[in-house]
Design a binder for this molecule. Structure first.
Ligand code: 5GP
Ligand code: ZN
Length: 117
Protein backbone atom coordinates (compact mmCIF):
# COMPACT_ATOMS: atom_id res chain seq x y z
CA UNK A 1 0.00 0.00 0.00
CA UNK A 2 1.21 3.44 -0.92
CA UNK A 3 0.22 6.25 1.48
CA UNK A 4 -0.32 8.67 -1.37
CA UNK A 5 -2.08 6.43 -3.89
CA UNK A 6 -5.77 7.17 -4.40
CA UNK A 7 -6.63 3.63 -5.57
CA UNK A 8 -4.80 2.09 -2.58
CA UNK A 9 -6.98 4.34 -0.40
CA UNK A 10 -10.14 3.23 -2.20
CA UNK A 11 -9.05 -0.43 -1.87
CA UNK A 12 -8.48 0.12 1.86
CA UNK A 13 -11.90 1.77 2.26
CA UNK A 14 -10.34 5.10 3.27
CA UNK A 15 -11.89 6.95 0.32
CA UNK A 16 -15.45 6.17 -0.78
CA UNK A 17 -16.27 4.77 -4.20
CA UNK A 18 -19.37 3.32 -5.88
CA UNK A 19 -18.20 -0.28 -5.61
CA UNK A 20 -19.63 -2.99 -7.83
CA UNK A 21 -17.30 -5.80 -6.74
CA UNK A 22 -14.80 -6.65 -4.03
CA UNK A 23 -12.91 -9.83 -3.22
CA UNK A 24 -9.56 -10.63 -1.59
CA UNK A 25 -7.57 -9.53 -4.63
CA UNK A 26 -9.57 -6.96 -6.57
CA UNK A 27 -11.97 -4.08 -6.25
CA UNK A 28 -14.15 -2.60 -9.01
CA UNK A 29 -16.06 0.68 -8.90
CA UNK A 30 -17.65 3.31 -11.11
CA UNK A 31 -15.30 5.89 -12.61
CA UNK A 32 -15.93 9.30 -11.03
CA UNK A 33 -15.91 10.95 -14.48
CA UNK A 34 -17.59 8.43 -16.80
CA UNK A 35 -16.70 8.47 -20.49
CA UNK A 36 -19.45 6.01 -21.47
CA UNK A 37 -22.85 4.90 -20.09
CA UNK A 38 -20.99 2.10 -18.28
CA UNK A 39 -17.52 3.06 -17.05
CA UNK A 40 -15.98 0.81 -14.42
CA UNK A 41 -12.46 0.60 -13.06
CA UNK A 42 -11.05 -2.79 -12.02
CA UNK A 43 -8.11 -2.51 -9.64
CA UNK A 44 -5.83 -5.04 -7.92
CA UNK A 45 -5.79 -4.36 -4.17
CA UNK A 46 -2.00 -4.54 -4.00
CA UNK A 47 -0.10 -1.59 -5.41
CA UNK A 48 1.26 -2.14 -8.93
CA UNK A 49 2.20 1.05 -10.75
CA UNK A 50 1.30 0.02 -14.29
CA UNK A 51 1.17 -2.78 -16.82
CA UNK A 52 4.77 -1.87 -17.67
CA UNK A 53 5.82 -3.14 -14.23
CA UNK A 54 4.32 -6.64 -14.35
CA UNK A 55 6.36 -9.78 -15.05
CA UNK A 56 5.67 -13.44 -15.74
CA UNK A 57 5.32 -13.90 -11.95
CA UNK A 58 2.14 -11.81 -12.14
CA UNK A 59 0.49 -13.97 -14.81
CA UNK A 60 -1.83 -15.86 -12.44
CA UNK A 61 -3.51 -12.88 -10.78
CA UNK A 62 -3.56 -10.94 -14.08
CA UNK A 63 -5.41 -13.88 -15.63
CA UNK A 64 -7.93 -13.81 -12.80
CA UNK A 65 -8.32 -10.04 -13.28
CA UNK A 66 -8.98 -10.55 -17.00
CA UNK A 67 -11.65 -13.17 -16.39
CA UNK A 68 -13.36 -10.85 -13.90
CA UNK A 69 -13.77 -8.23 -16.63
CA UNK A 70 -16.49 -9.87 -18.70
CA UNK A 71 -18.46 -10.86 -15.61
CA UNK A 72 -18.38 -7.28 -14.26
CA UNK A 73 -19.17 -5.76 -17.67
CA UNK A 74 -22.30 -7.82 -18.26
CA UNK A 75 -23.45 -7.64 -14.63
CA UNK A 76 -23.30 -3.84 -14.72
CA UNK A 77 -25.08 -2.77 -17.87
CA UNK A 78 -22.94 -3.68 -20.87
CA UNK A 79 -25.09 -5.29 -23.56
CA UNK A 80 -24.47 -9.02 -24.08
CA UNK A 81 -23.97 -10.52 -27.55
CA UNK A 82 -21.96 -9.48 -30.57
CA UNK A 83 -24.05 -6.33 -31.14
CA UNK A 84 -23.22 -5.25 -27.59
CA UNK A 85 -19.91 -5.80 -25.85
CA UNK A 86 -17.48 -3.41 -24.19
CA UNK A 87 -14.08 -1.79 -24.55
CA UNK A 88 -11.19 -2.65 -22.21
CA UNK A 89 -8.58 0.12 -21.83
CA UNK A 90 -5.34 -0.02 -19.84
CA UNK A 91 -3.57 3.33 -20.05
CA UNK A 92 0.10 2.70 -19.31
CA UNK A 93 2.57 5.45 -18.44
CA UNK A 94 2.37 9.14 -19.26
CA UNK A 95 2.49 8.72 -23.03
CA UNK A 96 -0.20 6.07 -22.62
CA UNK A 97 -2.44 8.61 -20.90
CA UNK A 98 -2.15 7.11 -17.41
CA UNK A 99 -2.99 9.63 -14.69
CA UNK A 100 -3.46 7.40 -11.65
CA UNK A 101 -0.29 5.42 -10.99
CA UNK A 102 -1.95 2.24 -9.75
CA UNK A 103 -2.76 -0.37 -12.40
CA UNK A 104 -6.41 -0.28 -13.45
CA UNK A 105 -8.56 -1.60 -16.26
CA UNK A 106 -11.24 0.69 -17.69
CA UNK A 107 -14.39 -1.16 -18.79
CA UNK A 108 -16.39 1.09 -21.14
CA UNK A 109 -19.72 0.11 -22.63
CA UNK A 110 -23.38 0.78 -23.13
CA UNK A 111 -25.33 2.21 -26.06
CA UNK A 112 -23.37 4.54 -28.34
CA UNK A 113 -22.55 7.32 -29.03
CA UNK A 114 -20.27 7.88 -26.03
CA UNK A 115 -19.17 11.32 -24.89
CA UNK A 116 -15.44 10.84 -25.10
CA UNK A 117 -12.70 8.38 -26.09
P1 5GP B 1 -6.11 6.91 -16.18
O1 5GP B 1 -6.04 8.13 -17.02
O2 5GP B 1 -5.07 6.89 -15.09
O3 5GP B 1 -6.13 5.63 -16.99
O4 5GP B 1 -7.54 6.94 -15.52
C1 5GP B 1 -7.79 7.29 -14.20
C2 5GP B 1 -9.28 7.29 -14.04
O5 5GP B 1 -9.58 7.34 -12.66
C3 5GP B 1 -10.00 8.48 -14.70
O6 5GP B 1 -10.96 8.01 -15.64
C4 5GP B 1 -10.63 9.22 -13.52
O7 5GP B 1 -11.91 9.74 -13.82
C5 5GP B 1 -10.70 8.13 -12.46
N1 5GP B 1 -10.60 8.62 -11.08
C6 5GP B 1 -9.64 9.46 -10.60
N2 5GP B 1 -9.82 9.66 -9.29
C7 5GP B 1 -10.92 8.93 -8.93
C8 5GP B 1 -11.61 8.75 -7.69
O8 5GP B 1 -11.25 9.29 -6.64
N3 5GP B 1 -12.68 7.93 -7.70
C9 5GP B 1 -13.11 7.31 -8.84
N4 5GP B 1 -14.19 6.54 -8.72
N5 5GP B 1 -12.48 7.46 -10.02
C10 5GP B 1 -11.40 8.26 -10.07
ZN1 ZN C 1 -1.84 2.10 -5.11
Amino acid sequence: MSDTCIFCKIAAGDIPAKKVHEDDEFIAFHDINPAAPVHLLVVPKHHVRSLADVTADDAAWLGRMMTLVQQLAFDNGCTPGHDGGFRLVVNTGREGGQEVDHLHFHILGGPRPWNKR
